[in-house]
Design a protein around this ligand. Structure first.
Ligand code: G6P
Length: 470
């Protein structure tokens, strides 16, 4: 079997919230030969050209350092102030500084130059996420003939949002140089197809742009999952049980409503707290009977829009506390820090309702983890945004429009009142879907399409690529 090279901005075990991505791929890579390649988390004045190999929990990881300026322009700048808000349809929160694009490309070139000497001809390369869209182009410009796949963990934008991104045509041309492009959901593939079918020039100046030829690139949806059975085991582990006991002492008879999200404007956190406020306002019988816990580890907090989201959430939580708290009852707890998987699994198991209500989300693995952690004899209810990729596979959830806080408040009421037989019926369907789409199935499906066992390795594609570059 050919080696697998996974490439992503963050490498496993490094940096603060490595996120679902690192967790998902660690397992796949542990099962076959190859290595993980990415940024070391270090900023230096003069990065080495060569990557350093390190063993991280049995995984071979090759890493490069970046300069502070390049990292700023590539990560906080182009990736997270332009691509992230645009792909999440929040153009109002995008900051467009044209020069960031150069830093974004420079880092992709740096990745390609450091990765190329490490490659064998039949290695299969799997590139992850929006930070690295140009990587296949840069590798192919240096002569790489390998099979290269790209997986987008975030939603694909509508054409209008895409057109607002500087150099969007270059980026789409970069995507056309992958053999396989994977997306989370069918709606993302539909948005991509819409763009591919109706491309228009990207700028007022310069030469008119030829449309991008996607005829050599396969595009399909591969919904990512978690490991629901591992969460089932974890949720009854001693560490999880310790958390459950701690919480039960405080909660007593109150039902727990849980949210777990990176502190990101795409997660719809102020709207979620407002929906909870409406639940308490419209249904006084729930006061003292419920408690909302929002876990929200800070994320990308050098970026102004993230600081503002954090401030907005502080204000919302303060408002709800001021309105409903009593000396001996607090309606909510808001925790701005990250917890390990065992503690989270305990919280998931204890929660009667999970509020997973992003305004837009690629998939949302919290939904998967919550389902996996439930007690089959007394499961909780998943309230899920219809704008999360997870909505395409989880028909057992109560689906809501997260912008409509009245609807979310009503969904909360229905969830809290739901009889046991309906909860079991819904959870059984959810668990079936979580198992069917678990992370192993996801990786196997993608890799089988990228490099079927019989055709792995280089072929005539490099000739086609040269033709399309010209
Ligand atoms: C999302 C992205 C990942 C990213 C994660 C954490 O899930 O799809 O690529 O790693 O957020 O964000 P961060 O900016 O801290 O890497």
């Amino acid at each position: 079997m050919s080696r697998l090279i996974v490439v992503s901005n963050r490498t496993p075990g490094k940096g603060p919230a490595a996120g679902g991505l690192a967790i998902a791929l660690r397992k796949t890579l542990a099962e076959r030969e190859g290595f993980w390649f990415g940024w070391s988390g270090r900023l230096v004045d003069q990065p080495d050209r060569e990557a350093r190999f390190e063993d991280i929990d049995g995984l071979s990881v090759a890493q490069i350092d970046l300069t502070r300026d390049d990292h700023h322009d590539y990560y906080a700048g182009f990736s997270n102030s332009i691509l992230w808000p645009s792909f999440h349809l929040r153009l109002d929160l995008a900051t467009i500084e044209a020069h960031w694009y150069e830093g974004y490309r420079r880092v992709n070139v740096q990745f390609a130059r450091a990765l190329l000497p490490l490659l064998k001809p039949d290695d299969v390369i799997w590139v992850h996420d929006y930070h690295l869209m140009p990587l296949a182009s840069e590798l192919r410009n240096l002569g790489a003939r390998n099979r290269i796949g790209f997986y987008l963990h975030i939603p694909f934008p509508t054409s209008d949002a895409l057109y607002a991104i500087p150099h969007h045509n270059d980026l789409m041309r970069d995507l056309s140089r992958y053999d396989l492009v994977g997306m989370q959901a069918k709606r993302d593939v539909a948005a991509f197809t819409e763009f591919a079918d109706h491309q228009s020039p990207s700028s007022l100046s310069g030469n008119p742009l030829k449309s991008v030829d996607f005829s050599r690139t396969e595009v399909d949806s591969f919904p990512i999952g978690s490991d629901p059975d591992a969460f089932a085991r974890l949720s009854v582990s001693p560490a999880a049980t310790k958390m459950v006991k701690r919480m039960e002492r405080v909660l007593r008879e109150q039902k727990l409503i849980l949210g777990v999200d990176r502190l990101d404007y795409s997660k719809g956190l102020p709207q979620r707290v407002e929906a909870y406020e409406k639940l308490l306002a419209n249904n006084s019988r729930f006061r003292r009977q419920v408690h909302m816990l929002q876990v929200a580890p800070p994320s990308r907090d050098t970026i102004k829009e993230y600081q503002e989201t954090s401030d907005a959430l502080d204000a919302m939580c303060g408002r709800v506390m001021g309105r409903f708290a009593e000396p001996d009852w607090q309606p909510l707890t808001y925790v701005k820090r990250a917890y390990g998987q065992p503690s989270l699994a305990g919280l998931y198991r204890l929660a009667k309702v999970a509020l997973v209500t992003p305004l837009r989300d690629g998939m949302n693995l919290v939904a998967h983890e919550y389902v996996g952690s439930q007690n089959p004899a007394d499961p909780g209810v998943l309230v899920l945004s219809r704008f999360a990729g997870a909505a395409e596979i989880f028909d057992g959830a109560i689906e809501v429009n997260p912008f409509d806080t009245d609807e979310t408040a009503e969904a909360l009421r229905i969830a809290l009142d739901m009889p046991l037989d309906e909860r079991i019926d819904r959870w059984t369907r959810l668990m079936h879907a979580a198992r069917e789409h678990n992370v192993d199935a996801w990786a196997a499906r993608f890799l089988e399409r990228l490099a079927p066992a019989t055709t792995a390795g280089s072929g005539t594609r490099d000739i086609l690529y040269l033709a399309s570059v010209a």
